[in-house]
Design a protein around this ligand. Structure first.
Ligand SMILES: *[C@@H]1O[C@H](CO)[C@@H](O)[C@H](O)[C@H]1NC(C)=O
Length: 391
């Protein structure tokens, strides 16, 4: 009932973002044509580094008062035989890795589309909590409500508070193979500028760092904290404990206990199928377009770099190894229909992307193409109107 009421309050507040679509596809086309030197433009901008920069300067595609998006909410599972109840409460412990914006779009879209309420950072436009410390109440935008459904933006793990903010939530996260994850973080925080790495090719700055990591890494610089075992750091392990095998093991055990799903970046579609099951969502809910520029920027990491990172971020390596194993166990438990559901989903997603590239794309495409920052701004404005802030 509460949900229905919320939906009514929200009404048809969606917007047409045809321009977003066009821009999006121009950008993707450029990637596919190989003009993917994202970094050159970032390079020209400045060497100034702030965490928001990394979310990339995006044009204001969502202008208020232009709301014609009208896609009927639908939160039903396709699996009519099962009697599961679609879940709306979710905490996604977001780590910097190459699909975090692609996945973020699915969650922003789900919440926005269903009129759900997000825990947001207390900053004007950022979608990033201060993650140098575990999430605390002072970091949260003080909307005048206690009725939160989703916490899905970058924040450092604090189980107690997250659990209090979103009671009865499913907890999920997504991890990535350590060298690829470290590279994503490295460029996300523009470490090549912070550390003044000068190479002919931007792509070479990462291997240069890895070859001599301890020379660049100082733990007293907050941004550096994610340059070693960054995944476990975000998941609550302090750096002082990362060489303590028992503490690492204990932390991994706690994550296994508290999290309903640890998705694996390298098996993204498979992860979504598992997510769909535990949330009792529909295929439509998990459709996606790629949103992570970093993923396209550079290909290939040498096996030498991978090996070196495995030693450097040994705790993260353990984390990844552990949850890759449990992941495939969950796939087995899913049962015989897993492969079939995966194929169905891939077909639906390919169809959706094709449909979105046509002249009159379905409305769903608008939300699928909306960038994180625009989404968050829209959600923030809406929640501000709806609840106001605490005095
Ligand atoms: C993850 O697990 C699968 C299945 O056991 C295995 O084939 C794959 O090599 C593993 N990946 C890594 C990077 O360990």
């Amino acid at each position: 009932m509460v949900v229905l009421e919320k939906l009514q309050r929200y009404g048809p507040r969606h917007k047409t973002l045809v321009r977003a679509m066009v821009l999006c596809f121009v950008i993707y086309s450029l990637y596919f044509l190989g003009f993917n030197e994202t970094y050159q433009s970032i390079d020209e901008h400045s060497h100034e580094v702030a965490q928001n920069d990394a979310i990339v300067q995006r044009s204001k595609l969502m202008s208020a008062g232009n709301r014609v998006f009208n896609w009927k909410p639908k939160v039903t599972s396709d699996d009519t035989s099962s009697k599961c109840q679609p879940q709306r409460k979710l905490v996604y412990l977001r780590l910097v890795e190459t699909k975090c914006y692609t996945f973020g779009n699915i969650l922003n879209r789900f919440g926005y589309h269903n009129g759900l309420t997000f825990v947001l950072p207390d900053t004007s436009r950022s979608a990033v909590f201060d993650f140098t410390e575990p999430l605390s109440e002072t970091m949260i935008a003080p909307f005048n409500t206690h009725d939160y459904d989703l916490l899905v933006h970058f924040a450092r793990y604090n189980h107690l508070l997250m659990h209090q903010l979103v009671p009865n939530a499913r907890f999920i996260t997504m991890i990535q193979e350590p060298s690829r994850q470290l590279r994503a973080s490295f460029f996300f925080f523009k470490m090549q500028y912070r550390w003044k790495l000068r190479e002919n090719f931007e792509s070479q700055t990462f291997p240069t760092f890895v070859r001599d990591a301890s020379k660049y890494y100082y733990t007293n610089e907050p941004y550096n904290w994610l340059m070693k075992n960054g995944q476990l750091f975000m998941l609550g392990l302090d750096h002082k404990d990362e060489l303590d095998a028992d503490k690492v093991k204990q932390r991994i055990g706690e994550i296994e206990y508290h999290f309903d799903l640890v998705m694996i970046n390298e098996y993204f579609d498979e992860s979504l199928i598992l997510l769909k099951k535990i949330m009792c969502w529909s295929f439509e809910d998990i459709l996606y377009m790629p949103h992570d520029a970093f993923e396209h920027s550079y290909t290939g990491i040498s096996s030498e770099t991978t090996r070196t990172v495995d030693q450097w971020s040994a705790a993260d390596r353990r984390l990844y190894y552990h949850f890759n194993t449990t992941f495939w166990r969950k796939v087995e438990e899913y049962g015989d229909t897993f492969q079939q559901d995966l194929q169905t989903f891939r077909l639906l997603n390919a169809n959706a992307i094709r449909a979105c590239a046509t002249k009159n794309p379905p409305h769903l495409c608008t939300l699928m193409a909306t960038e994180e920052e625009d989404f968050v701004e829209e959600i923030r404005n809406h929640q501000q109107q709806l609840y106001g802030f605490l005095p």
